[in-house]
Structures are given as C-alpha cells and as structure tokens.
Design a protein around this ligand. Structure first.
Ligand code: THU
Length: 165
C-alpha cells in the first residue's frame, strides 16, 4: 500500500518592533496616546484589566473605545470591538488605516504588547476585507516594546471571510 503523501504549509508572519513610543512616527505616537487615554476610563471592574483602543480613519477622524465589562461576563466587549463597531456605525464605507491598543492591569505589569483576542482579530478582518486596504495594528503593553502589524493578515493567517459565502 502506498503511503499517503503529505506536505507542509509554513506561514511566516512579520511585525515591526519598536523599543518605545519615542521611536514611533508622530501620527502613530499620537494614536497610541489616544488609546492610552482610553485605558483610564475602561469599565473593567471584574478583570481589572483595562484596555484602550484608538482608530485612525482614512478621513482623518479618530475613533476611540475601551473594554466594557458586565456582571454577566460574556455580555461585555473588548476595547478593539467597541472602537471598531463605533467606527463602522459612524463612518460606514470609510477605510480604517490604523488601530492602536494600550493596556493597564491592576494586578500585573504588562511588559509585552497586548495582542488582540481572536474575536477582535476577526472583527478587524471584516473591515480590512471590506475596504480592500490593510489595517495597521499598533500593539503596546504598559512598558516594553511596541509591535506594529502591517495588516490583520499578520495576526490572522488563513482567516475566514466573506469570500467563502
Ligand atoms: N480585552 C480587550 O479589551 N482586548 C483584548 O485584546 C483582550 C482582552 C478585555 C476583555 C476583558 O474585559 C478583559 O480585557 C480581560 O479579558
């Protein structure tokens, strides 16, 4: 009996790495600052993990959001989706250029960049696929390096999209 043949698919994903916000270009640094401001007003009494997000739209508008938790835990929503759904509601058909994410936990110091959860990645992918233009994602911790993804594809290879429907 011949052995079934298999092959491997290797996916390489890349991020720009910056040592601090000082190394970012001016517009990115401003957007990250807007995300950091939103950390302060996050409603996260249960996890005590506060996340802020700021989105730069192609029309120059900045839309912000933060995580909103709920006593019925799954009813809460992450910062990225609060911001991106607001952007979609306020500016339908306007492409999203960049989303910056910042974080602060009451319990631990976050020393590495916060990377959006799977559901947020899928939500970001929807808007990138709709506009056909890459969405840059700036990820930061409370300290340490900052990563920038040039597109959601870096965070969500082999993504499910409307092309299957
Ligand atoms: N959270 C975000 O807002 N964004 C992420 O990328 C990861 C997690 C929130 C959800 C919840 O309110 C808290 O952080 C802990 O999971």
């Amino acid at each position: 009996m011949p052995q079934p043949k298999i092959s491997k698919l290797t996916i390489v994903t890349e991020f720009e790495v910056y040592n601090s916000a000082k190394d970012l270009d001016k517009k990115d640094a401003e957007l990250l600052l807007a995300a950091q401001k939103m950390v302060k007003t996050a409603y996260a009494p249960y996890s005590e993990f506060q996340v802020g997000a700021a989105i730069l739209m192609e029309n120059g508008k900045i839309v912000t959001g933060n995580n909103q938790e709920n006593a019925a835990y799954p009813s809460g929503l992450c910062a990225e989706r609060v911001a991106i759904f607001y952007a979609g509601a306020q500016y339908p058909n306007v492409a999203i250029k960049t989303i910056a994410v910042a974080v602060k936990s009451k319990n631990v110091v976050i020393k590495e960049p916060l990377s959006p959860c799977g559901a947020c990645r899928q939500a970001i992918a929807e808007y990138e696929n709709n506009s056909g233009k890459p969405i840059r994602i700036i990820m930061s911790g409370e300290k340490g390096q900052i990563y920038i993804a040039k597109s959601i594809e870096s965070l969500l290879p082999l993504m499910f999209s409307k092309k299957y429907l």
